[in-house]
Each structure stands twice: as C-alpha cells, then as structure tokens.
Write a protein that binds this ligand. Structure first.
Ligand code: SF4
Length: 102
C-alpha cells in the first residue's frame, strides 16, 4: 500500500508535533487527488467518505480549523476533516462569532 502525505501534512509541513497524528490519517492511504476533488459533487463526496473512516478525524478537525484561521475560502484547498474549504471557513466563522476560537 502506498503511503502519501495527507492534505494536512502538505498544508503544514513544518508543524512540530511530538506524536505525529497526521500519519494515521485515512487520507494517507488514498491517491492524493482524491482529497483535492475539484467541483464535482460526487468527487467531493468521495473525499468526505475517506474522512468518515478516519481514526484521527476529531484531532484533524480541531487542528485544521485553528491552523487555517480566518484565511479566505478561496485559499483553502482540498477536503480536510470532511469539509471543503468553504465549509471550514463557515465553521471557523461560527466559532469566532461565539468566542470559542481566537
Ligand atoms: S479527517 Fe480526513 S483529512 Fe483529516 S487526517 Fe483524516 S482522512 Fe485526512
């Protein structure tokens, strides 16, 4: 089985971690293109399906929302934590509005 870098690893290659949870992501065992699906809904759904069987989903979600912060949706790439870039931005905005994230 080929091991690929996950979208998160690509986005944050220098993030220091003691135990690198990113290596356990389910997306590491699919072709990289799967997680960068373009605009077809069936391709986006296929990427999200990978995340639904991921053992580090919660950690990934928490981390990517904090890492991307308020960057513009157009500058968020790929499906991460079962969310498109626009969906991650919407989650970040809601958390920000509620004062749950800085
Ligand atoms: S939740 Fe999705 S993007 Fe995050 S590590 Fe798992 S499979 Fe990869």
């Amino acid at each position: 089985m080929a091991v690929h870098h996950t979208p998160y690893q690509r986005a944050t290659p220098t993030t220091p971690t003691v135990i690198d949870w990113r290596r356990r992501g389910a997306c590491g065992s699919v072709e990289p293109e799967v997680m960068f699906p373009g605009t077809k809904s069936e391709d986006i759904d296929a990427a999200k399906a990978v995340c639904t069987r991921c053992p580090v989903y919660r950690t990934c979600l928490r981390d990517i929302i904090r890492h991307e912060g308020g960057i513009h949706p157009d500058n968020r790439h790929g499906v991460v934590a079962a969310l498109t870039g626009r969906e991650r931005h919407a989650v970040w905005r809601q958390l920000k509005r509620r004062g749950l994230i800085t």
